[in-house]
Ligand binder design. Structure first.
Ligand code: BTN
Length: 335
């Protein structure tokens, strides 16, 4: 199924209503401001209502927002992002997409310069790591893919992955005040449950990264998680006991991505490694079950290698470097 990105005039309609949130805006005024007919305004208002936006209609007078919309359309996100920032300078929004990573991977450099962000209110084929699906309920989470076109070698890709986890960690902590942890390589956890995951995909040659797509999912306002994720995954709302503004979490995330990306480019890998080690309880002495594409075993974490790989020590004392795979905490090495 082919989905299309949000019409910029529909985005503008939301912006006009949000900007005039305390007043009734006449349909004719909206129509002339966004360049469509009054009947299209009416149709689009109906569509936005079906998507959960609370818009009051006043006969013969116009429309008014009953509540500020928590919707991630470019005009509202851009208001929260510093203009000099590269990440988020171009935003492409979908009400519904298959997977924002798939959209991002298909865009040409001239359509999607460095820092372009793809957002969806809902994904029908959200993808996770290790071939899993990503639960992408409409309007509850942040489903984003940030396109980076770094002048770095493919060897730097794991550091970009760690950098993205750090940015999510900082954004979640700053907007909720909740204590967050990072599980290698870049899951963000609250109270031991996963609230965010990152799927990094790239196009590269042996010596050059063409583009890196950081697919970031954050469970923000989910009121319940699917049964199969109970105890493993959660949302900011479930952990914090209140709803959060997705717009605010996203804007903070984009600022943190910009900050940490610049840190990596300017100061190099050690700056990212040092921060990551300071923020993650998984960095050192954590008993883990390790799963890679080819093996499963228990081991204890023993810091990060400069490449971003996790150093682990097996029961027999043998050290290994984990470049890919996943880890889960176990009570002790006996499992
Ligand atoms: C994981 O398994 O932890 C990674 C989950 C990544 C989910 C995000 S949601 C936005 C982007 N689009 C996708 O299809 N996946 C990523």
């Amino acid at each position: 199924m082919a989905y299309s990105s949000t019409d910029h005039r529909l985005d503008r309609l939301i912006y006009v209503l949000a900007k005039n949130a305390t007043v009734v805006v006449p349909g004719t005024k909206i129509a002339s401001e966004i360049g469509v007919s009054r009947s299209t305004v009416w149709e689009w208002i109906e569509r936005l209502r079906r998507l959960g936006l609370r818009i009051r209609g006043h006969p013969r007078r116009g429309y008014q927002l009953a509540a500020l919309p928590d919707i991630l359309v470019p005009s509202l996100v851009r208001q929260q992002v510093p203009p000099q920032q590269e990440i988020g300078r171009k935003i492409i929004h979908y009400f519904c997409a298959g997977s924002t990573n798939d959209v991002a991977l298909e865009l040409r450099p001239d359509e999607a310069p460095h820092g372009t962000v793809i957002l969806a209110e809902e994904q029908t084929a959200g993808r996770g790591r290790m071939g899993r699906t990503w639960h992408s309920e409409r309007g509850s989470g942040i489903y984003s893919s940030t396109i980076l076109r770094p002048r770095l070698s493919p060897a730097a890709a794991p550091l970009l992955t760690l950098m993205a986890g750090l940015a999510v960690h900082e954004a979640v902590g700053a907007t909720t005040g909740l204590a967050a942890d990072i599980r290698w390589p870049n899951d963000v956890l609250i109270n031991g449950r996963k609230v965010s995951g990152i799927l990094t995909e790239m196009r590269a040659e042996l010596d050059r990264l063409h583009s890196v797509v950081l697919g970031i999912g954050i469970n923000v306002n989910h009121r319940r998680m699917p049964a199969e994720l109970k105890g493993i995954a959660s949302s900011l709302a479930l952990e914090g006991g209140k709803q959060y503004s997705r717009l605010q979490v996203l804007a903070t995330l984009l600022r943190e991505l910009e900050r940490h990306y610049n840190l990596l480019v300017e100061k190099g890998g050690p700056a990212i490694i040092e921060r990551w080690m300071a923020r993650s309880s998984y960095a050192q002495d954590k008993p883990l079950r390790v799963r890679t594409a080819v093996a499963e075993f228990v081991a204890t974490s023993n810091g990060l290698h400069p490449s971003g790989a996790l150093r682990v020590r097996r029961e027999n004392g043998q050290e290994e470097l984990l470049f890919a795979g996943e880890v889960v905490e176990v009570k002790s090495l006996k499992g």
